[in-house]
Each structure stands twice: as C-alpha cells, then as structure tokens.
Design a protein around this ligand. Structure first.
Ligand code: PLP
Length: 382
C-alpha cells in the first residue's frame, strides 16, 4: 500500500509509539491497574488544561463532548447566545437548540474571529442571555478566537455560563478554561492530542458543576455527575466500559507531550503554521484568515484561485497527500492543511512541494520560490 501523507484536521498522523500503545493487552476496567491509568491521565490532562477538578473522558467524538455540555448544563428555560465563526459554531448551536432553549444566533463573517466589540454588541442586544456559546478554534475557516479576552470582557453581574468548543484547539495551543473563567469545555482525542479518534473530553467549572447537579440530565450515557462520581472514587473508574486501548494511546501521547513541554509544543505548531503561510503565499495561495493574530496554529485555510479547490484537492490525493477541502459553500474556495501532529521541516517541504506539483497539474499559475520563503519564515521562529 502506498504511504499516505495525512494533513487533515483530524484524524491526524499519530506516532508509532502512540499507535502501538493501543495494541497493549487488554486489562480489566474494574481493577487497580486501570485506576492507576485513569489517575495518570487525570493528572496530565489537568496539567495541560491548567485546571483543578476532574476532566471527563468518555467514548465519543467532539460532537459527543459538545452534547455532554448541552445535556448537563442547558435547560429549556435558558436564553442562549451563540457567536459562530463557521460550520462548527453552527453545530454547537444546533446541539444546544435541541435542548429547547431559546437561541440568539450571531454569525461572524467567514475568516474572521469574534471581537470583544462584537460580543459586547451581541450581549447588549440580548441582555437576558444565560448561556454563551463560543468556539476556540473554528476548523472550517481556520480561525482561533481569543477566548481569554472575550470572556474577560463579560460583565461580572449576571455573567452567562460560558461554554466553549475546544475540539480543534486543545493540545495545539494554550487552552486554559479555568484561568479564562470558562464554565464548560469540550474536546476530543483526534486533533491536538494526536491520538486516534474515539475519545470525548469535557471539563466543567465549579459554577457549572453546581448547575449540573441542579439539572436532571436527560441523557443516561452523558450524565456528567455520574462520570464524576466514578472518577472520584478511591479507585477511579468509568461507569460504563471505557475504550481501554484508546486510553493507552492517549496516555502515551500525553507522555510525549509532557516530555516535549506543552509550551514548546504550542510554539512548534505556530512555527509550522507561519512558515506554511509564507510558502503557500509564494505559491500563490492566499491565507483565508487575513488577520495574522486570528490564524490557527493547528490548521491553515488557503484560498485557491479560480474556485479550483476541489480539483487541487483531487490532484493532491493523486500524490498521496490528503488535505481537507472547504466545507459547505467554501467547498471550491479553500483547501485546509492541518498540522496538529509532529510535523516539522520535512513535512512542510513535502506539503508545499506537493501543492506546487498539484497546482501545475491542474494548470494553476504558481510561484517557485516557495521553499526559500518557507525556510526564511521557519528560521525566524526557532
Ligand atoms: N468542533 C470542532 C471545532 C471541530 O473541528 C470538530 C470536528 O472537526 C467538531 C466540533 C466535531 O468533532 P467530531 O467530528 O469529533 O464529532
């Protein structure tokens, strides 16, 4: 089988060590060895998030983690304000709307982040808001929102419960819900945590736990309080059979991140992103996110001239390079190149070289100084 070079925003290229960890012999999930594994995972995830309190880990994907927040924290009486930058902001909105809450929807122009000004304006229009939905990293447009600044701008009095989708941020960039005064955070294993897909992850603030205990979750499976009670047993466990192999893999992935250092890891993703933009710009592919500060460290969206993104993606696939296309009405406009894993200079040269070949193949005009431009940017951030 020909090797495939994976640059999609989840699943991402996962190291052999992490994959092999998942092949370890099964162990009972009702025993001391499993409890020790859960304790270690809790400690590492708490360090990564810089939080107190349990980090819930359960089978599922990012959507499952969003559902967990919705099922445990939102009631039909809530007035929800959703600020969306794209497809995943809309999904979070839809999930929460199914709880029967009243929804106020504000859509930010694609390619832009939510601004403090925009949030203030939306809140002034909806002063009755009890729950605020935000996306840390909007994968469909490759925009990162400054959650810390946004939450800091909220009024102290009558502050809504802040729920954040961190599915495509956690592990690739600083994500500190407690420091930022976020109340509920949802994520998953297959992007910045560089682990195979299948694990949903959620963290709740003390205020959110209080609310969760007052809300009877309509979901049996996603009952956050139940998961917490099991995690806080003297010998921690899961209420239901957990995906043991995935937890082995996550343990290995987190051990590798600890060894590298979280801050160094975030810097390495940022370095890749800026060198990719430099190289791609030299090829003639414009970054979709004009404001450099709002560009994601985990995924980069590039505008393909002439709305030829689908053809370009297909040509890349012919070279065994898998990138993501644009979603919904940005299908022909964008290719999205993800860099959540351990990609370094060789992978950068590979993806840029493949883009060059694919652009030539589909007849798009392109520059040839891309390696040099990318290397200059690469060297700027050691
Ligand atoms: N939210 C964001 C920001 C995402 O990027 C994704 C997936 O790409 C999701 C939610 C949904 O996650 P999943 O596909 O794991 O359910």
């Amino acid at each position: 089988m020909m090797a495939e070079y994976l640059f999609t925003p989840g699943p991402v290229t996962t190291s052999p060590e992490v994959l092999l960890a998942g092949a370890r012999p099964m162990m009972s999930h009702r025993g001391p060895r499993f409890s020790a594994l859960l304790r270690r995972l809790q400690n590492r995830l708490r360090d990564l998030l810089d939080v107190d309190g349990p980090v819930l880990l359960l089978p599922g994907s990012g959507t499952g983690a969003l559902e967990l927040l919705s099922m445990n924290l939102v009631t039909p009486e809530d007035r929800v304000l959703s600020l969306s930058c794209g497809v995943f902001g809309e999904r979070f909105r839809e999930i929460v709307a199914r709880r029967g809450a009243t929804m106020a929807a504000v859509d930010v122009e694609p390619g832009r982040a939510v601004t403090v000004e925009g949030l203030r304006r939306a809140l002034a229009e909806h002063p009755e808001t009890t729950v605020l939905l935000l996306t840390h990293n909007e994968t469909s447009t490759a925009v990162t929102n400054d959650i810390g600044a946004l939450v800091a701008s909220l009024p102290e009095e009558g502050r809504p419960l802040v729920l954040v989708d961190a599915v495509s941020s956690l592990g690739a960039m600083a994500c500190h819900p407690q420091r930022w005064a976020v109340d509920g955070l949802a994520s998953a294993s297959q992007k910045g945590l560089v682990t195979p897909p299948g694990l949903a992850l959620a963290w709740l603030s003390p205020r959110a736990w209080e609310r969760a205990s007052a809300v009877a979750s309509p979901s049996y499976f996603f009952d956050a309080g139940l998961h917490r009670r099991f995690l806080e047993k003297e010998e921690p466990e899961n209420p239901y059979t957990p995906p043991v192999s995935l937890l082995f893999s996550l343990d290995e992935a987190l051990a590798r991140m600890v060894e590298e250092g979280f801050v160094r890891r975030f810097a390495s993703r940022r370095r890749f992103a800026s060198a990719l933009v430099a190289g791609a710009s030299a090829l003639g592919l414009v970054p979709f996110v004009a404001d450099e500060r709002a560009r994601s460290a985990g995924v980069t969206a590039l505008v393909v001239p002439g709305n030829r993104a689908v053809e370009l993606q297909r040509a890349l696939r012919g070279l065994a390079v898998e990138v993501a296309g644009g979603q919904k009405d940005m299908k022909g406009l964008l290719v999205r190149v993800a860099h959540y894993g351990d990609e370094g200079w060789p992978e950068l040269a590979l993806v840029l070289g493949a883009l060059y070949g694919a652009m030539r193949e589909v007849g798009l005009a392109c520059g040839s100084a891309f390696v040099e431009r990318a290397f200059e940017a690469w060297e700027e951030r050691v």
